[in-house]
Design a protein around this ligand. Sequence first.
Ligand SMILES: NC(=O)c1ccc[n+]([C@@H]2O[C@H](COP(=O)([O-])OP(=O)(O)OC[C@H]3O[C@@H](n4cnc5c(N)ncnc54)[C@H](O)[C@@H]3O)[C@@H](O)[C@H]2O)c1
Length: 455
Amino acid sequence: MKLTVIGSGYVGLVTGVCLADTGNDVVGLDQDASKVEMLNRGECVIFEPGLGEILRSNMSAGRLRFTTDKPAAIRHGDVILIAVGTPPKDDGAPDLSAVYAVGDEIAASSDRPKIVVLKSTVPVGTGDELQARLDRQARVRCTVVNNPEFLKEGSAVADFQKPDRVIIGAADPEAAAVIAELHEPFIRNQRPVYTMARSAAEMTKYAANACLAARISFINQIANICDALGIDVNEVRRGIGSDSRIGFQFLYPGAGYGGSCFPKDTQGLIHVARRAGAQADLLESVHQVNLRQRRLLFDRISRRFAGGVKGITVAIWGVSFKPRTDDIREAPAVVLIEQLLGAGAAVRAHDPEALGNLEARFGDRIVYCASAYSALDGADALAICTEWNEFRSPDFEEMRKRMRRPIIFDGRNLYSLETMRRQGFEYFGIGRSGGSIAKAGPDKPGESPVAAKVR
Ligand SMILES: NC(=O)c1ccc[n+]([C@@H]2O[C@H](COP(=O)([O-])OP(=O)(O)OC[C@H]3O[C@@H](n4cnc5c(N)ncnc54)[C@H](O)[C@@H]3O)[C@@H](O)[C@H]2O)c1
């Protein structure tokens, strides 16, 4: 099929590359000229494992190219997939201006019937509104289909190529059949394709993300209760996760969820509910718990350095919102760095892939470190925000040598309490009695550097 993918970000690029890889003729359209130039040179503009190789092989085969030329790109595709951003506005409602702007371009430049596929995550009713605008403005029939994307950054290619399910929201059975055909190569392992009302598809995407976000906020709240009671949440997590009705996924306590989807989509669904006059109090709590959780590391650091964090140096390991991506949108590390800088601390950060994006955000306000160990030089504490593999089994002796004080605030619960005790670190995990610092008491002025104590 001739396809146009509008938006070459985390979703659009993966979508275009994977659909070219199954033999389609794909044009990727983006308004960002520098991104398009890089892509046309075969340079992957995001870090996503495996994506660069498939990008380049499909470009070499002539099935994939990128442009900023909107009319030409829109004329190319029989199917046009919209994957532009829908970021949150100040009030939490998603900003749909890019979606509608693209719709207007499609109406203006379409010279034959088109199927217009919304892959961007949008509130219920957006497909209807887009259809109405196209009906009003286009000279040809443009049929809107909702086909939400469920890929996870860090394993996006595999997720796209082997989806758990494909959701197609369409009023028109012929358009739905075309989109099902497009996915056919990816569902050979008998994964289901669910065709449903467009609004149900829009709701399915929101409900999926809200459900995952709720699990994370749930276990974070349980972790905080465990902290208050002196219980290790890991034991509780194992105890509940092995229940086949519950499972382990998305039940890892941490420093809150981030990324461009969960925070935005939870708030988006709250807005959808309010507009419909429905209650969303559970979702509001999920969001509030997360906002609080993302402040937890800073609160712990502040309590530990009771004289104030002004003047201390904090090393940060991991700044992307999750491992295997360079995406720092809404990342807990970014929240922590803002708080630390605001309180007068110095920050030395290391991340295997996301330092470029971090530098674009913080400029010369922090120090960027090429290795995890160099980030520790002279640090009064280490805060771990992302569970990259390289942080899992570090050389603790080397760490201790480089740090001014052997204190770890572990927002991902990477290390066993026993290891920390043996290695002589003062260690604060999430839900592992780390919150009981007040009981132990912070350093008093003149107190000797911290002993090896695990709280
Ligand atoms: N990132 C994810 O993991 C993920 C997963 C599922 C769904 N989604 C949803 O997919 C959508 C896109 O997310 P993303 O993370 O890929 O965003 P992104 O910011 O990485 O990419 C969006 C791209 O669209 C381009 N763009 C914006 N307006 C445009 C316009 N008018 N014309 C042409 N190009 C334009 C931008 O330049 C950018 O390259 C969002 O609605 C998001 O919620 C994201």
